[in-house]
Design a protein around this ligand. Structure first.
Ligand code: NAD
Length: 431
């Protein structure tokens, strides 16, 4: 399991997760933006702290015959701009601080992207690997039973994240429906057979690639001529790989929780998906690439790096050995502020999570709109609209960054916070 894999590699400081918590990282960016915007000190706490935190117990008998007690969270950070919105993570390291950090990121992310949602996040501290399907279903249904009064199409709309997928969303929707009648708009990221949106599964990865294309244009790079590596080969990472490959780019290294592989000749993304996701093979056993040490992954030379796994993976012990020109953050909070500074000092162009991985929530918004109308749009239309939102967002953030001499991350936080504060003030929440 991931925790064990990380412990085993503690001896190599490049591989461990950051010592600084994700909550501290987000607080750092939030405070810096708040100060720079010159906003009132007495309102800082209102926008930093979550509006509501729900913590529930999930006792369940697993197939080992024992009762296991998991903890579920749903944290609603800010709803000034619309219903709370954010993913549900099933991962053994989920804890309340991580969920707080991720919930606040959702508030700023939906605001920068200009979609009418607030921010939330949820999760269960469960290792899904090795669990049977009915056990996962039991956990998902128990979670929904306990939070059902506080979610809904106009209240809070969960979506997939690490360890959850379209099937999990189907169980959450079904459980909510038992209490409230059929309500597809209560969750997004659902299967196509249950009013999911075309394009949602690939949306986060597709959005990351659009952001890379925007960055490439600025930097004078040709996407077809680039080499890239991906950390995490789940939903986000595997779609980044496939879509980048479709542009003609070459994937030279990939890592996941089992280890890392590389090939200078290029790793075929479709065949790796087949190996890992269709046949359930280990990434490290893919016969068309060489297995490498998890720490050495960080030193593979390439043009673009896409972190698409956990938070805190890019820190002061590995940022100095990275060997790329552009980093597009598919994962949430992958980079500590110390590493951010090291990358900036080395001239790396960083497209931050707040805008880079917004494609998922943007198409979740499209799914919600379709569900409210019980109508379906074609995939090309969804992808075109996604591109429109991503390029507008990149344009607004990069224009502000260039005007003020700031990083894209600083500019994105400032735009997001500005919009949420403005909405709250207009509602009359504070003056
Ligand atoms: P997923 O569960 O589908 O995949 C996670 C991947 O990370 C797996 O390949 C896993 O093996 C890998 N991983 C886990 N621990 C690792 C480690 N120590 N080293 C290397 N790889 C490791 O999850 P996902 O939905 O693809 O989410 C990935 C990231 O993207 C998360 O940070 C998530 O918050 C973020 N994100 C996801 C979405 C979405 O729509 N799914 C949207 C925005 C952001």
């Amino acid at each position: 399991m991931a925790t064990e894999a990380l412990k085993e590699s503690d001896s190599d400081p490049r591989v461990r997760r950051a010592r600084v918590s994700e909550l501290e990282v987000v607080r750092h960016h939030f405070d810096r933006a708040w100060d720079s915007l010159g906003l009132k000190e007495d309102a800082r706490q209102i926008f930093w702290e979550p509006y509501r935190e729900i913590s529930v117990q999930i006792p369940i008998k697993l197939s080992d015959g024992e009762m296991h007690v998991f903890h579920g969270f749903r944290i609603q950070h800010n709803g000034a701009r619309g219903p709370y919105k954010g993913g549900m993570r099933f991962h053994p390291e989920v804890d309340v601080d991580e969920v707080r950090a991720l919930a606040s990121m959702m508030t700023w992310k939906t605001a920068v992207a200009g979609i009418p949602f607030g921010g939330a996040k949820g999760g269960v501290n469960v290792d899904t690997r090795g669990l049977k399907e009915h056990e996962l279903e039991g956990i998902a249904r128990a979670l929904m039973d306990k939070i059902a009064k506080l979610v809904g199409p106009n209240r809070d709309i969960p979506a997939p994240d690490i360890g959850t997928n379209a099937q999990t969303m189907a169980w959450l929707m079904d459980e909510f429906g038992k209490l409230n009648g059929h309500t597809p708009a209560v969750v997004t990221g659902k299967p196509i057979s249950l009013e999911g949106s075309y394009g949602r599964e690939a949306a986060t990865g597709r959005g990351c690639v659009v952001m890379f294309e925007e960055a490439a244009q600025k930097l004078g790079m040709d996407p077809a001529e680039t080499t890239f590596m991906v950390q995490g080969f789940g939903n986000v990472g595997s779609w980044i790989a496939r879509i980048m490959q479709g542009l003609g780019a070459k994937m030279v290294a990939v890592a996941d929780q089992d280890g890392a592989i590389r090939s200078e000749a290029g790793i075929d993304a479709d065949r790796l998906v087949e190996h890992v996701h269709v046949h359930g093979g280990k990434l490290t056993e893919f016969s068309e690439a060489e297995e490498i040490d998890g720490g050495d992954f960080y030193e593979v030379p390439c043009d673009v790096f896409f972190p698409a796994a956990l938070g805190g993976m890019v820190h002061e012990d590995n940022a100095c050995v990275f060997n790329f020109k552009v980093m597009v953050e598919g994962a949430n909070n992958p980079t500590t502020f110390a590493a951010d500074q090291i990358l900036a000092d080395n001239g790396v162009y960083v497209v931050p999570d707040l805008i880079a991985n917004a494609g998922g929530v943007v198409v979740s918004y499209f799914e919600w709109v379709q569900n409210l109308q019980h109508f379906r749009w074609e995939e090309d239309a969804v992808n075109d609209m996604l591109r429109g939102v991503m390029t507008r967002t990149f344009g607004e953030v990069s224009a502000r960054a260039e005007k003020d001499g700031k990083s894209l991350r600083e500019a994105a936080f400032e735009i997001g916070i500005d919009r949420v504060v403005e909405a709250s003030r207009t509602r009359g929440y504070f003056s």
